[in-house]
Design a protein around this ligand. Structure first.
Ligand code: TXA
Ligand code: MG
Length: 315
């Protein structure tokens, strides 16, 4: 069955979309950059559905979209540089990486377990109206399957045939047509993680010289930082029995352990639990962690990628 396509300019279509988002569903929507595949950024399971639909072999951190600057800085800590560029370029095609605020409700899966969040206030007024109506941050990577180009018209999104997609909000052709500029302003010196239509020169005119990361670093850099993902205790994978002193992380009841990624063996549920459980197991008193085998199919590949990082020898 094909996914309904409705105009994002239609208030009743946006109201229905907001309802779907609040219920944990998937809505693709037009922004001025590219179409995004959106879900409630605070709902681990809804975000897991994005990864399942895209067929991503890894959990890359996703951008959370919000209707205004005030909401953005309730989620991520505003540095001086962040405020300066936000004032100049928001709403617009700029994403800021910020340290999470104390009570930030963004799901750990959205930020791939990182202590930072990526936030954008889109330039499209209809997209902002949708976000305001949803009443929560909306995680949205580009609405294409992994490895394909970003869609800039609704028909491209429909052609991807996403499983679990409930509605497409059509805003015509995207004015920018290129993903947003990603700027990390969480540290002392801003770093350009992904070039976009807000240029390095425009940013440097406001905040002085910035560091450049090679294209793709925005994707690879967080994953390279093993400490972001690895609990302090050693992690043993593909465990079928618990050894003395080990705490178990189970899948489908294979280990008989107390803590389950998914008792029923559902990879979407396991993905939704993964980062929160790794964090919960990262505390004094836990000497060793044993993880049951997770099948590679579907989201299993991304789950195993992250588990292998958590188990990798510490540098
Ligand atoms: O224009 C866009 O940005 C589109 C529309 C839909 O808004 N969205 C988009 O999302 O391109 P996505 O998920 O394809 O790209 C997110 C980028 C990735 O390069 C990711 O690594 C980076 O943002 N990113 C997200 N959170 C990050 C974080 N906490 N630290 C570093 N990089 C992060
Ligand atoms: Mg993309």
């Amino acid at each position: 069955m094909s996914v309904p396509i409705r105009p994002i300019a239609d208030p009743s279509a946006r109201a229905d979309a907001a309802k779907i988002l609040r219920a944990g569903g998937l809505v693709a929507f037009a922004t001025e950059t590219v179409y995004g595949l959106g879900a409630d950024a605070t709902d681990e399971t809804a975000v897991a559905r994005i990864f399942a639909a895209k067929g991503r072999p890894r959990f890359n951190p996703l951008i959370s979209h919000v209707p205004d600057v005030e909401t953005a800085f309730a989620l991520g800590q505003a540095t001086a540089a962040a405020r300066t560029v936000a004032e100049a370029f928001w709403p617009g095609p700029l994403t800021l990486v910020l340290r999470r605020t104390e009570d930030c409700p963004i799901a750990w899966l959205t930020s791939a377990g990182l202590d930072t969040v990526a936030i954008r206030v889109p330039g499209s007024a209809d997209a902002r109206a949708l976000l305001a109506e949803a009443g929560r941050p909306v995680a949205a990577p580009s609405a294409n399957r992994s490895g394909r180009v970003s869609p800039t018209i609704a028909a491209h999104v429909a052609a991807e045939g996403f499983e679990g997609l409930d509605l497409i909000l059509d805003g015509g052709a995207c004015a920018v047509g290129l993903e947003s500029t990603v700027l990390d302003v969480s540290g002392d010196r801003p770093r350009l993680l992904r070039p976009g239509s807000v240029t390095r020169e425009q940013i440097e005119a406001l905040v002085g010289s910035i560091e450049l990361a090679g294209h793709g670093d925005a994707i690879t850099a967080p994953g390279m930082l093993a400490s972001h993902y690895a609990p302090a205790a050693p992690v043993r994978l593909n465990a079928t029995t618990l050894r003395d002193g080990e705490v178990g992380l189970d899948f489908a009841g294979q280990l008989g352990a107390a803590t389950d990624l998914s008792a029923s063996g559902d990879p979407v549920e396991a993905a939704a639990n993964l980062f929160a459980l790794l964090r919960a197991l990262d505390r004094p008193g836990i000497a060793a962690i044993a993880v049951a085998p997770v099948p590679e199919a579907g989201l299993g590949a991304a789950i195993n990628d992250r588990l292998r990082r958590a188990a990798a020898p510490r540098g």
